[in-house]
Design a protein around this ligand. Structure first.
Ligand code: ZN
Length: 127
């Protein structure tokens, strides 16, 4: 079913919702209690994301849920839709850290993982 929603910024949006009525009402209330995605991103000067159309749509929602006044200046550095999606369960700090790692730091993490894998192999299999 389609619903016309008015956000706090005054922008209207038509969204399509499925599922139980209580869940739909909850989503409508949430959407009406915040500004629209475009206004949110403009207010925080967030950049466009890179990725497929589907990834970008999903990542923008994730980003809206994680970005606030206190971390918006950092969020600007994360332009990969995939980074937001992959990190959605780890939280903002982890996404930011990974997105801003230098190549050296990335290599060190990969080395550590390899070493840990080798240790596990030696322990378990004696190889
Ligand atoms: Zn708006």
């Amino acid at each position: 079913m389609k619903y016309e929603i008015t956000h706090t910024c005054g922008c209207t949006e038509t969204i399509e919702l499925y599922g139980p009525g209580s869940k739909r009402e909850y989503i409508i209330k949430q959407e009406e209690s915040c500004e629209c995605l475009d206004c949110f991103e403009a207010r925080h000067h967030l950049p466009e994301l890179e990725g497929s159309e589907k990834q970008i749509a999903w990542a923008r929602d994730i980003r809206r849920g994680m970005v606030s006044d206190s971390n918006a200046d950092k969020a600007i550095a994360i332009t990969s839709a995939k980074a937001w999606i992959d990190g959605r369960d780890r939280g903002f700090d982890s996404i930011y850290k990974q997105a801003t790692m230098t190549d050296d730091e990335r290599a060190a993490v990969a080395r550590k993982k390899e070493e840990a894998a080798a240790r596990a192999c030696a322990l378990l299999l004696g190889c």
